[in-house]
Each structure stands twice: as structure tokens, then as C-alpha cells.
Design a protein around this ligand. Sequence first.
Ligand code: ZN
Length: 414
Amino acid sequence: MKYLLIAVTTYFFSFAAMASDAVEYRTNLTFSPESSALNAVTEMLIPKKYRNNGTVALFLNKDFSVESVEGQHIESFEVKQSKKVPIWNEVIIEFSPSTKANNKTVRIKYAGSIDNKAQHGNFITSNQVHLSIDSAWHPVFSDFSTPILGAVTLELGDEWEVFGPGNVTSSGKKYQVNSIEPTIDVSLYAEKKPTSIHSDGFTVVYDDSNAERAEFVSNAGHQCFKQMNQRFGKHKQLKAVQAIVLERSGPSFARGNYISLNSQTLGSKVHTHQYLCHEIAHNWTNLTSAMSHDYWMIESFAEYISAKEVARIYGEEEFENILKKWQARAKGEAFVWRRETDRRASHKVNYGLGPIALMKLQEKLGEADFSELLDWYMTSNVTKTEALITKVGTLAGADTESWFSDLLAGNNSE
Ligand SMILES: [Zn+2]
């Protein structure tokens, strides 16, 4: 089960979705650390487009009990084991068919204990709270692609600090994590008297076992944060990034300006640097549906930019090492993007064949034109591969445009 969950996580969850479509949530959380338990009330405003035959299905941790599901238009609800992810439950809510209301509010009251020792890496103790999709602690849509946006309010004691995507505000013993970019899940970290390093907007929070590693993460992360802001910040300045480095189980993940690292799986310094930079670059890659054939651009651009950062700092040799990984990953994949094939590309394309295509494009266009293309992609709202192909034509002419289109489609004989 451990491997299933981690595979699901890395495959589905490394993206942000479309801003305009987000479902709003408001969640209140209290904790009983002695039993690693949480008590939650979540309110969601569910638009018609996300109701499937008048119902919605939300994932939730199997050890949680759902006390109530309320709302003006709710006919019934049931909680049962998910077929899609059998280690989780689904809360299936049926709305009354008579109402035509666009937005329907649901209020879900639930409670339960987090298994601190489970491989998902989530836990609640008297000093720390780490919560992410991996424990299904917060209701998320079972299609893995409905974007949500909102706020979580936590009640904690004095001297706690809370970290999460977006920004965090506090008043007294209440802390609020306000997400800014829609994602499909809700994640946060809270600690009593945390240890951290700050450098110019880049913060690293770490546990005792990562005291040495923290400095490297801080330097690498800050370097990339500064570089990306310098390069692409005219469009959108990234104000602050937090990286949480813990010796825990479960996958590393990033949500916008919040990065949570499992220090046991960080790998080499170069690899860590690239990982941080890939995630930071995502703050400029443009939002598109995670299930579409244009999704490859988000991952491949972040991957390529982070590899180029590695080259800039550690030298071409390290770039060559990354290229070898891309090539190994890309084996057996025939194409990056085809107009007529509208499905999400595989991991092999997103982190292999895609960045290789961008590398070939750079070689073809030359430094200046490619750099212009990169700035354009990162600072304007580009969500379609067609737009990228057209831009190549604008920069380098019709022949290069069709060369690139063929390259993506796997039609070039090279
Ligand atoms: Zn990514």
C-alpha cells in the first residue's frame, strides 16, 4: 500500500490547476495531540460543473468518522471505501435534483486520528503537525483534478508557527493558512518553537537531524529563488518561499511557495538543488488542466529551467548527467505532443522527452531567441502547445515552426 500511495502522489499531485474554476473551502481545525487526533469542519461551495449526476465524491482518510454532512440542497450522503484508492474512503454526497442553484454549500464535520507511524509522512504530536494529501486528512475531489482554493484555521497554543502554501496570518492562538493558487489538496506544517533559517524571503524550517543539511537547502533554495525572481519577476514577484526539511517518511512535494522535503530521499546536493529549482520555477509556469495534452509544458519547462540552473552553478558536466537521466526516462516514448491526441502525457514525456525537445529547440533557435521564448512562456499566460509552436514561427520563421511541430509529434527522422 505504501508504494501505491506514493506512486499515486507523485503521479497526480504535482500541479496547480485553473484559477477561475476553483471550489472554495473554509476549514476549522482543532487537535488532540495525545491521540494524534484532529477535529474538523469543512465548508465547500460546490459549483454545478463539479456535480456529476447530482453527486460529488470526496476522498477522506479511512480512520476518520464523518459526523455530519449538511447543506440546504443535500439529499443524502454515504461514506464508503474508495475503489480508486482503496486505502482511502470516499464521502459521496447526493444533492436534491429539484434545486437549480449553481453553487451549493456543504458542511462536513469529521474527526479522527492520524497514524503517525504510517508511511504517508503525516503526523500530529504535541510539538508538530504535518498534513498533506498523503493521509487524505482534508476532503479532496476524487477525480484528482478539481481545483480548490481557500483557508484553513487552526487552533494551537502559544509559540507555534504555521507554514503552508500562500500566506499565513495569526491572531492569538488562531492561525490561518490562506491559499493563493488553486491546487487539488490542502497541506500545512505547524511546529512549536521551530528552528529555521531566513534569508531574504527564503525560509528553511528543519528538525534536529537536519541541522547540517538545512544550510545547504537554504543556500541552494535562496539562490534559485533570487535568480527566478530576477529573470521572471517582472511578471510576478515571488515574495516568500518556505522549505520544510524533516526526517520523516512519505514523498517530498511542493505547493506553490511551500515545499516539504523528506530528508531521507533528498539525494545528492545537485539533485536537491535541481528539485528546489524545479519547484520554485513552477510559480511561473502557467496553469493548465492537469489532464490535458498541454500539461507537458508545465513540467518540461520547469525541468529544463532547473537543469540549466544546475549547469550555471555546477557546470556543463552536471547538465550532461541530467540529460542522461532524461534520455533513459524517455526510452520508448514516441512523441511529446500531438494535436489530435488529447490526453495527459506520461511521466517519461514530462520529465524526459519534453525537456529534451526544449534542449533541441534551444540548439536550433540559438541563445537569444530561445531566451526570448522562455521569458515569453514564463511571463505571459501560455497554456496551449499551439501557442508555443506559433511563437517559434514568429521568432524563427515557418520552416523552424514546422520543424518544431514535427519534433513534438515525433515525426523528425534524426
Ligand atoms: Zn513539477
